[in-house]
Design a protein around this ligand. Structure first.
Ligand code: URP
Ligand code: ZN
Ligand code: ZN
Length: 476
């Protein structure tokens, strides 16, 4: 674990770290130079600065492979977090790499979407970032020219939707996108919900006067997710290409993924904090409009399904645990309660904030409650996302040559409130949950960006990362 001797002191040494990676846990000092881990070992040479971890657990910084920041929306909706506030919140919650989405609007070129997204990110990010693409209009030019070019330029993953009028693809279009991904070694992330069933149910609910936020859940029951998950798996099998099903919410989708795995298919899956910590009750047990705060798709399910998701996480069904941070304010003009109006559920912007709470929630309720090992935690929150999106081993691990993106964990009691968070969104759905851990220090490229009390801003220090091909599968 040693590197060649250098006469210069390290820029920073973290002493007495209980380092946890996806595969190992070991005591070491960590020597950092030029933003990179240069030495791991006991009793290494001094640094110009030193931090004593005093035996605390040190993990790789989180890689949040599914979050939405400053993504253009149809008016009046507008995201509350941009690359400044979103990456600030991410860093304070232990995440050091974010991968939000450059979203193509139908009729727009993908390159135009990427150029626009670079403008939104440039000079604002406090931590490193990459872009997935959202492909909503897979024209022959997009498939044969734009996607291959953008994959080669470092966008090796893209999301497609089976729902939402302005984004959804039909099965033929999905097959075309999957084939392009296969030809160019990219990974497709699939939002699996059956659009026609949702539309049919929504029309009937509205006609019956059922417009409160809780009917969002009734318009998207588990079977619409089950059917679309099954179809996505079948389409991927036809093309013979791996896919990643995002934001899996409950038993029925889990069963489809388990079935696919049992049949030897390379189907990867993601879940998110809302499916472990929120339930259908949070959408409202009556017609209270505050349930709008928890409107996201797929919706949170019942408490029994939370257990299903925990068990699937423990058993290894999920590859990644992402936030799906989709930051809409509750108040104001552009959020869920626009200008104080109680809009019908189909008009409530979908998504909830969670970029800062993702890692502490799973560390406290997963690791410290003994449900998962710290190594599994690292795999789910960091390593596997880095692998899936072509950033490993620069990101997602603690190793010589990796970026010095690290979290030193404090085991202390923290009651979540929106006031303590660093996003710009005006609420958190996790308020009142008492956790037993929070990041004590977050380092991005060897710089302290969060010291447990204060955020250390430096907009623009975050670099754009070009993603290589996914390395989730063993090489053939
Ligand atoms: O409701 C959600 N999940 N909103 C964010 C967009 C998406 O589909 O992931
Ligand atoms: Zn989605
Ligand atoms: Zn999302």
């Amino acid at each position: 674990m040693s590197a060649p001797f250098s006469a210069q002191p390290f820029d920073l040494v973290i002493r007495n770290a209980n380092v946890a990676t996806a595969s190992d846990t070991f005591m070491a000092d960590i020597g950092i130079r030029n933003g990179v881990i240069e030495q791991l070992g006991r009793g290494i040479a001094p640094g110009r600065k030193e931090i004593d971890a005093a035996g605390r657990t040190v993990t790789p910084g989180g890689v949040d492979g599914h979050c939405h920041l400053d993504q253009p929306m149809p008016p009046p909706a507008r995201m509350a977090d941009d690359f400044d506030t979103g990456t600030r919140a991410a860093a304070c919650g232990g995440t050091t790499t974010v991968i939000p989405f450059a979203a193509q609007v139908k009729g727009q070129s993908l390159q135009a979407a990427v150029d626009d997204y670079h403008r939104r990110a440039s000079g604002r990010a406090h931590i490193d970032y990459a872009f997935h693409l959202i492909v909503s209009d897979p024209t022959p030019d997009v498939l044969s020219r734009e996607l291959p070019t953008l994959i080669a330029q470092g966008h090796s993953s893209f999301k497609i939707y089976m729902t939402y009028d302005d984004l959804k693809l039909d099965d033929g279009q999905i097959l075309d996108v999957l084939e392009t991904a296969k030809q160019h070694n990219a990974l497709v992330m699939v939002h699996a919900e059956n659009a026609d069933c949702i539309e049919w149910l929504t029309r009937r609910l509205q006609a019956g006067g059922h417009t409160a936020p809780r009917f969002h859940g009734r318009s998207r029951p588990m079977l619409v997710e089950r059917e679309a998950t099954h179809r996505a798996i079948a389409l991927a099998e036809l093309v013979d290409v791996p896919i990643l099903i995002v934001h899996v919410s409950g038993r029925e989708a889990v069963e489809q993924i388990r079935w696919a795995r049992a049949h030897g298919l390379n189907i990867f899956a993601e879940t998110c904090p809302q499916y472990l910590f929120l339930s259908a009750d949070d959408l409202g047990v009556d017609d209270n409009y505050l349930g709008a705060k928890c409107v996201c798709s797929p919706p949170p399910r019942d408490k029994a399904n939370q257990e299903v998701i925990w068990n699937a996480l423990i058993e290894g069904l999920f590859t990644v645990f992402s936030s799906d941070h989709a930051p809409f304010n509750y108040g104001g003009t552009h959020g869920k309660h626009p200008d104080g109006k109680e809009v019908a559920f189909p008009y409530i912007p979908n998504g909830i904030p969670g970029i800062e709470t993702r890692m502490p929630l799973l560390y406290s309720e997963g690791v410290l409650k003994g449900r998962i090992t710290v190594n599994k935690f690292v795999e789910l929150t960091s390593t596997n996302a880095a692998r899936a999106y072509g950033l490993h081993p620069r990101k997602g691990t603690v190793a010589i040559g990796a970026d010095a993106d690290l979290v030193i964990w404090d085991e202390r009691e923290v009651e979540i409130s929106n006031d303590m968070l660093h996003h710009a969104t005006d609420y958190t759905p996790y308020a009142g949950i008492v956790l037993k851990a929070w990041p004590g220090v977050t380092l991005s490229g060897g710089d302290v960006v969060w010291d447990g009390t204060e955020f250390h801003p430096r907009p623009g220090r975050g670099r754009f990362l070009q993603c290589a091909a996914p390395t989730l599968l063993p090489k053939k």
